[in-house]
Ligand binder design. Sequence first.
Ligand SMILES: [Zn+2]
Length: 344
Amino acid sequence: MQERLQELKADALKQVEEANEVKALQDVKVQYLGKKGPITEVLKGMGKLPKEERPVIGQLANDVREEIATAIETKKQKLENEALEKQLEEETIDVTLPGRPAPTGGPHLLTNLIEEIEDLFIGMGFEVAEGPEVEADYYNFEALNLPKGHPARDMQDSFYITEEILMRTHTSPVQARTMEKHEGKGPVKIICPGKVYRRDTDDATHSHQFTQIEGLLVDKHVRMSDLKGVLNAFAKQMFGEEREIRLRPSFFPFTEPSVEMDISCKMCGGEGCSVCKGTGWIEILGAGMVHPNVLEMAGYDPKEYTGFAFGMGPERIAMLKYGIDDIRHFYTNDVRFLNQFHKA
Ligand SMILES: [Zn+2]
């Protein structure tokens, strides 16, 4: 019986030794020390032993049981410590690694482009002027030589708040307001960037909301050649030194004479391609000499003062500059699109 106990002890310790996870140790414990285990069986059979052997076997059985239990507990501690160490090792933070950059937002590409255009004109002595987006019919139309019923109003149908209040259809009312503030005296040299609104159906080239930048220069002795010089400087700085400009006659109610400005096509260098529709030129903006009626309504004497004005769409310029094919991209706020123009 002593041999049987020693055998059980050896087997149990061997299994403890071989166990490499806590679960296996639990199994060994149940198998050897459980109520139906072999040691319990031995103790149950003690009744058949001679009286003098009983205490010896009893003692031995208890010692074996104790030894196995201690071995299991020790091994369990060891496995748990190992697991913890392994975990700590795997989760070590290497403080010398560079940090992961946190994603940051940035200005919209139109905001960046508008600021670029502003800087360019500020460099030529212009000031930035702003005005309300909810505007009076008077400043949006009438003060710009567009009285009620004028057919050119149809091209700029707007969102009306009341009969007399509307969402401005262009940034020109800022020109009218600024001139009015000067009370007919002294030079005005401003550019007016901002959002404008029209009752257009959205498609690849139309949006009910878009941006404009207009410029106005009013002074004594301002001539058409001054306008051409300023626009030429703008085109070359914006699109490249090698760009040529040309002015074509056009019509706007608030300027006389009026022109459209084209720049030579960057893609083909003037030869004609799909971008310039075979003409070698790309339309950039509208301009002209301020109509005498507009000067007069703002309090300037058209016999003494003359001026020029121009207006362009930053969306159109961005589309040409970056090869963007749909105006809706600017306003749907898809970060996959916007990220391409994100300057960190
Ligand atoms: Zn071309």
